[in-house]
Ligand binder design. Structure first.
Ligand code: NAI
Ligand code: MG
Length: 491
């Protein structure tokens, strides 16, 4: 069966990528990556630990201090990033398959990831030549101007839900701005990051500019965060680990940007096109099996639209069943790991215990008739109260919490009533309401009459405990550059 074969799509060795070379881990340690659809092993890989991270940071530091990358003509950096994009594009079909095998997501969604990753490399290739300073009219006979310079060595720590895409979101702007990078992919999904390393090597990215160190969070990730020679950490993952990283980074006063969890409200007003709202709400929670930081995991629906919306959502969810993730018709993939499976099933139990009404799903799902892999049924809870755990905490699975409201003020109060503020959806045909509500929602992204679209050109990030710093768009340039003020006495 296709999904259990050791991936022929792989070109990169099962090693660490340090200073432009493939290396075994210094400790000899290895770890396994699984195919979540079947829980069968997919690859055995060198596992980076603190010593390997030291070597990777040394290579990145050397490349930053003495290598050509930060000093190179911006146009040359742009050209190389564009070549990375071209190479990813040329291998898009096999990289999408690899992402499916390692992560479990349906191939149709992996193809979207690939397109967006390519977009990110091309978008930031364009910015390399547009990082401009200013001349500033200061007092005195002085020429004052600013230089926008790279921050140095960037440690990028990424999650498993969009492996190659999260790598692109960090690596592309960091490199465009002239930094060097040590990338630590998630231990569940290291394979596409290694392919990216192979591509970087192939297109002639200078040694040490991009290093890739697959390994565990508490060892390799923590070593990167603590390392005195790393200037900045760019992190996407859980709010809990984001807090640890912020504390650990304080010791060396690193710059930190954090893209963390969410409990995003998706608000359906009674004046919405309900068919569109149902379709969008379904995608909001079930895309990537709910393993999206932006998942619309709280459905807030006006009491008069409630019955119709829930009924239609259930109808759709009933048809969402496990299928081979490599099949283009499949829409539901497994969760990433046994831990996530147990965590999500645990939240479902808490939901039931606290008195929410389970309308559909709620159990482990079978794949090919067997209890293998990490599948969960699409699950919808109704009559959820705002204080319920499943209305407050990030479940990160295909589990929807439905709440009702009576008017706009109540909708907004409910929407803003969590520690998170990553994204929100609004469904209404009233144009005034759409913009009014968009302003009042405390979230970094608001989607009106749609859900989930992102673009390399538009900023993305959190309010409140969903983190800070904006990725994508021109805003990401702030994360990867620092400003120098130069004073020249002309008298
Ligand atoms: P996590 O936050 O532990 O993992 C994300 C990345 O951080 C991985 O590369 C991991 O190796 C690394 N990491 C873990 N501990 C670290 C440490 N002490 N220092 C440095 N790096 C460290 O997330 P996990 O455990 O995989 O998932 C748990 C929950 O986190 C999920 O249920 C979900 O709620 C949330 N999550 C949110 C994501 C998002 O996109 N915002 C992505 C992944 C998980
Ligand atoms: Mg895997």
């Amino acid at each position: 069966m296709a999904t259990t074969q050791i991936a022929p799509e792989r070109k990169a060795p099962s090693k660490l990528f340090i200073g432009g070379e493939w290396a075994d881990s210094r400790s000899g340690a290895t770890f396994e990556s699984l195919n979540p659809a079947t829980a069968e092993p997919l690859a055995q890989l060198a596992e980076a630990r603190a010593q390997d991270v030291d070597a990777a940071v040394a290579a990145a530091r050397e490349a930053f201090e003495s290598g050509p990358w930060p000093r190179r003509d911006a146009a040359d950096r742009a050209e190389l990033l564009w070549k990375v994009a071209d190479r990813v594009a040329a291998r898009a079909a096999e990289l999408a398959r690899l992402e499916v095998l390692d992560n479990g997501k349906p191939i149709r969604e992996a193809e979207i990831d690939l397109r967006e990753a390519i977009d990110a490399f091309r978008y930031y290739a364009g910015w390399a030549t547009k990082l401009e300073g200013e001349t500033i009219p200061v007092r005195g006979n002085i020429l004052n101007y600013t230089l926008r310079e790279p921050v140095g060595v960037v440690g990028a720590i990424i999650p498993w839900n969009f492996p190659l895409l999260m790598a692109a979101w960090k690596v592309a702007p960091a490199l465009a701005c002239g930094n060097t990078v040590v990338l630590k992919p998630a231990e569940q999904t290291p394979l596409s990051a290694l392919e990216l390393a192979a591509i970087a090597r192939e297109v002639g990215l200078p040694p040490g500019v991009l290093n890739v160190v697959p390994g565990l969070g508490e060892t390799a990730g923590a070593a990167l965060v603590r390392h005195p020679d790393v200037d900045k950490i760019a992190f996407t993952g859980s709010t809990a680990v984001g807090k640890v990283i912020m504390r650990e980074a304080a010791e060396t006063l690193k710059r930190v940007s954090l893209e963390l969890g969410g409990k995003s409200p998706n608000i359906v007003f009674d004046d919405a096109d309900l068919d569109a709202a149902v379709k969008g709400s379904y995608a909001a929670i079930f895309y990537n099996a709910g393993q999206c930081c932006t998942a619309g995991s709280r459905l807030l629906v006006h009491e008069s639209a409630h019955d119709a919306v829930v009924e239609k959502l259930v109808e759709r969810a009933q048809k969402l069943t496990p299928g081979d993730p490599l099949d283009p018709k499949t829409r539901l993939g497994p969760l990433i790991s046994r831990e996530q499976l147990e965590r999500v099933l645990g939240y479902i139990e808490i939901g039931k215990k606290q008195g929410a009404e389970l309308v559909i799903g709620g159990r482990r799902a079978r794949y090919q008739g067997e209890e293998k892999g990490f599948w969960v049924e699409p699950t919808i809870f109704d009559r959820v109260e705002p204080q319920h755990t499943i209305a407050q905490e990030e479940v990160f699975g295909p589990v929807l919490a439905t709440l009702t409201f009576r008017d706009e003020d109540e909708a907004i109060a409910l929407a803003n009533q969590t520690i998170y503020g990553l994204a929100a959806g609004v469904w209404t045909s009233n144009v005034k309401r759409a913009h009014r509500v968009a302003r009042r929602l405390r979230a970094g992204t608001v989607w009106v009459n749609t859900y989930h679209p992102l673009d390399a050109a538009s900023p993305f990030g959190g309010y409140k405990q969903s983190g800070y710093g904006r990725e994508l768009g021109k805003y990401a340039l702030e994360l990867y550059t620092q400003v120098k003020s130069v004073w020249v006495d002309l008298s």
